[in-house]
Structures are given as structure tokens and as C-alpha cells.
Design a protein around this ligand. Sequence first.
Ligand SMILES: [Zn+2]
Length: 119
Amino acid sequence: MILSMEDIKALCTKTSFERGVDYFQMGNVTDLEQFGNKITATVEGTRDYTVTIRTDKKTITATCTCPYNWGGYCKHIVATLIALSVNSPKDTLRLTGSYSFLLLISRWENHTIEILSAI
Ligand SMILES: [Zn+2]
């Protein structure tokens, strides 16, 4: 399975995506581990939450221990998916590679530009 930033965006709200990018950039995703088709990560924030992602050839299902319940995946899951997209523990997700890395960098730049123009 190949996940692009657009794929991740489609799984969550705009706010969750932006917060997830922030969390990833701040290095809040820790303990990223893969056991077969199950991936777990600890995401630090106001509290530490555990994200669990299960994959098969066609689907990704993700859960988080936080109370988020406002549509789509929470920022912790988004941050974990982004971390996977640049640093897949193994090649199950086939998310590594310069293309996705460049895509992420360009997203960061867009994000920075948005923030600067908002100020
Ligand atoms: Zn969460």
C-alpha cells in the first residue's frame, strides 16, 4: 500500500491534518514499532497516547487511545501516518522514498507559508 499526503488528508479533517503535521515536525511520534501487519507508536502531547495501525494490502485501520470523536482520524494518527510515510519500519507500507519525502517537504513549506500569511 502506498500512502501519499493526499491519502492521509482524505482520512481526516483539515484541522487534524495540520495538527498532525505539527506533531510530526515537533518529533512527538516516538516508539514507532512494527509487528507483522500491526504498527504501534506513542504520540506525546498534553498526554501520551498510543496509536495502533493495522494494514493489509488494501486497507489501513487505525485507532488511538485519545478521546477524539469529531470525524476522521485524530492528529495523533495523522502524525503517525506521516512518520510512516517518511520512515517505514519495514516495507509493508512501501511509504519510504525520496518522492514522499519531497512531497512532505513541500507540504511543510506550504504549511509555513499559510502560517506566515495568517500572521
Ligand atoms: Zn488521538
